[in-house]
Design a protein around this ligand. Structure first.
Ligand code: C5P
Length: 400
């Protein structure tokens, strides 16, 4: 229930993506939001108000002159009693009116009369989106502090392909959840690693660590929600990239090392969550090794660089945060690693608490001692960790 207690006024404008707004309402309500819908007249040609009424459990507003509203001022109530006005889909026509302060129907009037933030999810034909007039309007809206979500690229209802697709409802919900999070990392750059690495033995075999990547991806999402510009260098995992995070896919530890080191100096924070293989085969066979080749097979291993320790050893290192996954003696091993790698903060967790699952329990070790974060979903823990990182950063590192 990421939106518990939040009051969302959803504006729906006329566009084929209006049918997806129905699913959006369902997801918002499912996350605990109370949703009231205001539709433009054009939107009612795509979806009926009854659909939104049934899904939101609230009356739907379509008319500025609705005499059923107590003081005849639906536009005031709908934007004053909301924590956010979300317009999805937002047509080119709506963006133009919103940018210029036009108040010609219920939705544009409540847009102008609002005292809550406005988020818009544009949806239109690619040429309408790229038209200089639309781009000017979007720039004006951004300048006014409006949040513009998307649009995405892809196939369009008209058969063309390009920019202008509305974000998927689940993506809009992720953006809305992010909108409500505090922003202690605004203007900061965060570089991260996550997932396992895979060290090839031959073209079809290799050595890997067990890591689902879920904790790292949760930390990346939490850092981005907190306002940071996040780059996530990750080993082979099949997880969706958190919205707004730049993802760099790698396979082996040496690639991860190279991708991290070329970016590390310009960062405010480095968080190593990856389960990096400590060793790699000295040589990888370029052909599949056959079983009958020899009764014994010896693979010589050489040590991989310690990415976290190398970042921490840079002349002006970012604030470095490590993870220690152990099966026992957590405090002892985590502190030992913190000192060996010369990092201010290490996050300990027990393999049996978190591996592969959606929940975990963490202990933070820093100069001030240890601090336990009780078992919770990984995203909730990631947010607490990011709050701690932001506080440490505030006291030690000026922004880049
Ligand atoms: O493997 P180890 O327990 O030492 O990992 C502790 C921390 O160091 C983790 O944050 C991990 O991402 C990082 N690490 C690394 N490069 C390695 C080994 C570990 O960045 N080669």
């Amino acid at each position: 229930m990421e939106l518990e207690g939040k009051r969302v006024t959803l504006g729906v404008t006329g566009g084929i993506a209006a049918y997806k707004a129905a699913e959006l309402v369902r997801l918002l309500v499912g996350q605990g939001a109370s949703v009231r819908v205001a539709m433009t007249e054009a939107a009612t040609h795509f979806v009926t108000p009854t659909t939104f009424q049934a899904l939101s459990g609230n009356p739907v507003f379509t008319d500025l002159w609705d005499t059923g509203v107590a003081n005849g001022m639906a536009h005031i109530g709908l934007s004053r009693e909301a924590d956010v006005l979300l317009v999805a889909p937002a047509s080119a026509d709506y963006l133009a009116k919103a940018a210029h302060g036009v108040a010609s129907d219920l939705l544009t009037t409540l847009t102008l009369a609002r005292d809550c933030p406005l988020l818009v999810a544009p949806s239109m034909n690619r040429q309408m989106w790229s038209h200089p007039a639309t781009q000017r309007n979007v720039a004006t809206l951004i300048g006014d502090g409006v949040g513009v979500l998307g649009p995405a690229q892809g196939g369009q209802a008209c058969g063309e392909t390009g920019d202008g697709r509305m974000l998927e409802p689940a993506e809009i919900v992720e953006e809305l959840v992010a909108h409500f999070q505090p922003k202690p990392l605004k203007g900061r750059k965060v570089l991260m690693t996550a997932g396992p690495t895979f060290e090839a033995i031959d073209p079809v075999r290799g050595i890997a660590n067990l890591s689902s990547g879920k904790m790292g991806f949760a930390v990346a999402r939490a850092a981005r929600e907190a306002g940071a510009e996040v780059t996530l260098v990750c080993g082979p995992v099949s997880l969706p990239t958190p919205r707004g995070v730049t993802r760099v896919d790698v396979t082996a530890a040496l690639e991860m090392y190279a991708q991290v080191m070329r970016r590390a100096t310009a960062q405010d924070v480095f968080i190593g969550v990856a389960a990096v293989a400590d060793y790699r085969p000295q040589t990888a066979s370029d052909r599949k090794i056959k079983k009958d080749a020899a009764p014994r097979l010896v693979i010589e291993l050489v040590e991989n660089p310690d990415i976290l320790a190398e970042v921490a050893a840079l002349p002006r290192p970012p604030l470095c945060v490590g993870f220690a996954a152990e099966t026992g003696n957590l405090a002892e091993y985590a502190e030992k690693k913190r000192r060996a790698k010369k990092i201010p903060l290490i996050v300990g967790n027990l393999v049996q608490d978190g591996f592969g699952g959606d929940t975990n329990a963490l202990i933070l070790f820093d100069d001030g001692g240890q601090h336990t974060l009780t078992p919770a979903p990984k995203l909730a823990l990631a947010r607490q960790l990011i709050a701690r990182v932001a506080a440490l950063l505030e006291s030690t590192h000026a922004p880049h």
